[in-house]
Design a binder for this molecule. Structure first.
Ligand SMILES: Nc1ncnc2c1ncn2[C@@H]1O[C@H](COP(=O)(O)OP(=O)(O)OP(=O)(O)O)[C@@H](O)[C@H]1O
Length: 412
């Protein structure tokens, strides 16, 4: 493994936050020096360099993606970002906006998967007062609010077919009507869409309109999953470790070479979001003074991850496939459902029942909040119970027993 130092990473600071991003070639490290509690090395740090919107680019895995973003950003073209959950689509959408002539205008994100079907029209296009029960005042929709700027429609594949028809109309004509309003209103909005779904396959199945697909997909950018750009992992992990350390103790943490190797061996189904969550968990488990990467990765044994990746070369020297423990008796082995329930419990304990937003349970688990709510309903997990729990990281493992499983209540 070539461990890339964070200094060889390119760093796009504050993408979409303060206008044009700063591309400096290195991570900004400026204002301090401190001995790292994990390695003893002296590390330089800068609180401002560990912000949520920072984008780290290290290996070549995103080179093509960035080249395409550079090409399309200054134009007014619709952009479709395709990639697995947590791969960085939103950050890239913000980069497109920040590098466009609309950078000083609004950049709004709408999660199409989170809008109930009956509210899509009102949410996207607004409504007039009295147009339906509960419409007590006139409300601007997302398109009107994004006028002069960019509207990022995340999870566009979740829109119902009727909603797709209405979206197509705005994209074609640049005009919309509020619900209950007879007037046609003109809006000037650049639309960026994102999905983790295969929209071509959905078109073939008839669940996504082909005409809309061509409209939103004028320029498509496909973001590779993290497991296909493992060279990015050291720089990303170092960045997240620094951020976690600064947040917890004011001093950055630094992953060791063997920890970076462990991280590179894992498959990262939740992509960069999962990596950030694992590092944060590792920092909490280490009391803010060191990283407990193996514990944070789950059972922490390299052989099981090697088996997961199917790559025998990733097994450590002690691992002998022939001497793996024999299959435990079925009743002693937790089912996938039990494991999933326990894992969701842990995340909810950590976030005190908060599902949405940065650091929320969905974020930690590398899931879309909509998907997490669905799973919680299915597993009959009551989120409200977690809101009163005090967070004691060391006690997380026992959390599921302490809390139990509630019956049949919906998540927020
Ligand atoms: N290259 C990167 N550098 C730093 N942080 C990153 C990078 N890529 C992703 N992240 C972080 O990972 C998390 C997930 O990224 P983002 O929200 O952009 O993913 P997404 O593909 O839009 O996810 P979803 O499909 O679930 O909405 C965010 O916290 C983001 O800041």
């Amino acid at each position: 493994m070539t461990a890339l130092s964070t200094r060889s990473a390119r760093h796009f600071g504050d993408v979409g936050n303060t206008g044009l991003p700063t591309e400096s070639g290195v991570i900004r490290l400026a204002t301090g020096q401190a001995p790292s509690p994990s390695t003893g090395e002296t590390v330089e740090f800068d609180r401002a360099a560990v912000q949520d919107n920072d984008m780290i680019i290290a290996g070549d895995g995103l080179r093509d993606v960035l080249a395409r973003i550079e090409q399309v950003a200054p134009t007014n073209a619709a952009v479709l970002l395709e990639g697995e959950t947590g791969s960085g689509k939103e950050l890239l959408a913000r980069m497109v906006h920040a590098r466009s002539s609309r950078a000083r205008g609004p950049m709004l994100r709408v999660n199409c998967g989170a809008i109930p079907a009956e509210l899509v029209d009102s949410e996207l296009f607004g409504h007039e007062r009295g147009s339906f029960t509960g419409a007590t005042s006139t409300r601007l929709g997302w398109f009107e609010r994004a006028d002069g700027g960019t509207l990022f429609l995340d999870e566009v594949g979740e829109l119902s077919l009727p909603a797709q028809v209405r979206l197509l109309r705005v994209l074609q004509d640049g005009t919309l009507e509020r619900v209950g309003g007879g007037k046609s209103l003109r809006v000037d909005v650049r639309v960026i869409t994102a999905t983790h779904r295969n929209l071509r396959a959905m078109c073939a199945q008839g669940t996504f309109r082909e005409d809309l697909f061509y409209r939103i997909g004028v320029f498509t950018v496909r973001i590779p999953p993290l497991r296909d750009r493992r060279d990015d992992i050291p720089a990303l992990a170092s960045h997240f470790a620094k951020r976690a350390g600064v947040r917890l103790t004011g001093i950055p943490l630094v992953p060791s070479a063997s920890e970076l190797e462990d991280l590179q061996d894992y498959r990262w189904p939740g992509n960069v979001r999962e990596l950030a969550a694992v590092i944060e968990r590792a920092a909490i488990l280490g009391g803010g003074r060191k990283l407990e990467v193996r514990a944070a990765l789950g059972d922490g044994s390299a052989p099981s991850r090697a088996l997961e990746t199917g790559d025998p070369s990733k097994m450590n020297s002690n691992a002998n496939p022939v001497s793996l423990p024999s299959t435990p008796h079925a009743s002693a082995f937790p089912t996938l459902e039990e494991t999933m329930r326990a894992h969701i419990h842990r995340a909810l304990v950590l976030t005190r029942g908060r599902i949405e937003g940065r650091g929320g349970a969905a974020d930690i688990l590398g899931l879309n909040p909509h998907t997490l709510r669905g799973k919680m309903r299915k597993l009959r997990i009551d989120w409200a119970r977690f809101r009163t729990i005090a967070v004691v990281p060391q006690a997380l493992d026992g959390a599921e027993q302490a809390i139990g499983v509630a019956a049949n209540e919906d998540a927020p």
